[in-house]
Design a protein around this ligand. Structure first.
Ligand code: TXA
Ligand code: MG
Length: 331
C-alpha cells in the first residue's frame, strides 16, 4: 500500500485536505493525524473492519481497547450509553483537551473498539486538524497512538512513517504534536473516579474540578482495567536506563565501552561532552513536549544506551515518570 503524506496547516487546515482525509475514513481506510498530545491512527469507530485494520497495522493485541475521538456532544451520545454528572463536569472543564473519559458503551459500538468490554473511552482533542478530520468524516474516529504496538508514540509525521509507512492509507502532516505525551485516561464507569493513565491533566486537576478523591489505577475497588497499564510499553528501540542523579549519569557515561547519551532536565556539567547530553526543559510540560521527539532522535543515532535522569518525585511529573518507568529496560 502506498501511504500518502499530505501537509496541512495545524492551526487552519485546508478544508479540501480534511474532506479528502474524511472520505478515506468513511471508506474504511486508515489516516494518521496530529492531535495536541501525539499523532493518532484513525479509522471509522463504527466500522469493525476498519478498526480491525488499525490493530493489524500496529500489531496491537486484541485485548487493548482504543480511544474514540469525537468532535461534538452528539458523537459522545453515539458511542456512550450513559454520560454521568462527573463526565459533564470534566468535559466542561477539560474538553477539547488531553483527557480521555471511560464510560459505559452503546451496544452499536463494535466490540473491536472496546476489546469486547462494557466500556468505551472517549476524548475530544484540542487540535484543529483532529477536530476537522472527525467532523469531515462525520463519524466518531477510533484512534490509538500511530506507532507499532508497544513502541514509542509519534509526535511528528516522520515518526509515524518510520513505523507505519506502507501499512496505512494517509498521514496528515501538521507538524509537531505540542503536548508530547498521551492523554490522561480517567474511568467513570463505576461509582468512583479512577485515574487509569496519568497525563498532562493531573490527578490534582481532576480532584479540584470534581471536588472528590481520585483513585489510582491499582487502588481498590476492583482490578485495574486498562491494558495500557501493561508494564513495558512506550519503549524506544535503544535500551533506556533510568538513573538517579547527574553523578550517576556521568559515571555511566564515563565507564566506557558503550555508546550512550544522557537525557536530563538540567544542563550538562561543564566537563561533559556536549554531544552526549540532551538537556530538556526543567518544567514538566516543557519536558513532556520534547521527550518522545528526543528519544526518536536518539533511536536514529544508533546508540547502545540512553540514560535518562529520573525526574523530580512530585505530581506534576507523574505522567513523565509513568512513561519512563514503562519505557525503561533497567533502572
Ligand atoms: O493522547 C492520546 O490519548 C492518544 C491520541 C491519539 O488521542 N491516543 C492514545 O491511544 O494514546 P492509545 O491506544 O495508545 O492508548 C489508549 C489507552 C490505552 O492504555 C488503553 O488501554 C486505554 O486507553 N483504553 C482504551 N479504551 C479503554 C476502555 N474502554 N477502558 C479502559 N481503558 C481503555
Ligand atoms: Mg499508544
Amino acid at each position: 500500500m502506498l501511504t500518502r503524506v499530505v501537509a496541512v496547516d495545524a492551526a487552519e487546515p485546508d478544508v479540501q485536505v480534511l474532506r479528502l482525509a474524511g472520505a478515506v475514513i468513511r471508506d474504511g481506510g486508515l489516516v494518521a493525524f496530529p492531535t495536541e498530545t501525539v499523532y493518532g491512527l484513525g479509522a471509522d469507530a463504527m466500522n469493525a473492519n476498519a478498526v480491525e485494520a488499525i490493530y493489524a497495522a500496529k500489531g496491537r493485541p486484541a485485548d487493548n481497547p482504543v480511544i474514540v475521538h469525537v468532535a461534538d456532544r452528539d458523537m459522545v451520545g453515539a458511542v456512550a450509553s450513559t454520560w454521568p454528572a462527573r463526565a459533564k463536569v470534566l468535559a466542561e472543564a477539560f474538553w477539547p483537551g488531553p483527557l480521555t473519559i471511560v464510560c459505559l458503551r452503546q451496544d452499536r459500538v463494535p466490540d473491536v473498539v472496546t476489546a469486547g468490554g462494557p466500556t468505551v473511552a472517549v476524548r475530544m482533542p484540542c487540535h484543529a486538524v483532529a477536530l476537522g478530520l472527525v467532523t469531515a468524516a462525520g463519524t466518531p474516529v477510533a484512534a490509538p497512538s500511530a506507532n507499532a504496538s508497544g513502541r514509542l508514540s509519534p509526535t511528528r509525521a516522520a515518526h509515524v512513517l518510520k513505523q507505519l509507512d506502507g501499512r496505512i492509507d494517509m498521514v496528515l502532516d501538521g507538524g509537531a504534536a505540542l503536548g508530547g505525551l498521551e492523554s490522561t485516561v480517567v474511568d467513570l464507569s463505576g461509582g468512583f473516579v479512577r485515574l487509569l493513565r496519568p497525563g498532562l491533566i493531573t490527578s490534582e486537576m481532576l480532584r479540584t474540578a470534581l471536588g472528590e478523591e481520585i483513585l489510582g489505577a491499582t487502588d481498590d475497588p476492583g482490578p485495574a482495567r486498562s491494558p495500557g497499564l501493561m508494564t513495558r510499553h512506550y519503549a524506544p528501540d535503544t535500551r533506556l536506563v533510568v538513573v538517579r542523579s547527574v553523578d550517576d549519569a556521568v559515571d555511566r557515561l564515563r565507564s566506557g565501552g558503550v555508546r550512550a547519551a544522557v537525557v536530563a532536565h538540567c544542563e550538562a556539567p561543564a566537563d561533559v561532552e556536549p554531544g552526549s547530553w540532551f538537556a530538556l526543559p526543567s518544567d514538566p510540560c516543557g519536558y513532556a513536549a520534547r521527550l518522545y521527539d528526543t528519544l526518536h532522535r536518539l533511536d536514529d543515532m544508533g546508540l547502545e544506551c540512553v540514560l535518562v535522569i529520573e525526574p523530580p518525585q512530585n505530581q506534576a511529573w507523574d505522567a513523565v515518570r509513568d512513561r519512563l518507568m514503562r519505557a525503561r529496560a533497567e533502572g
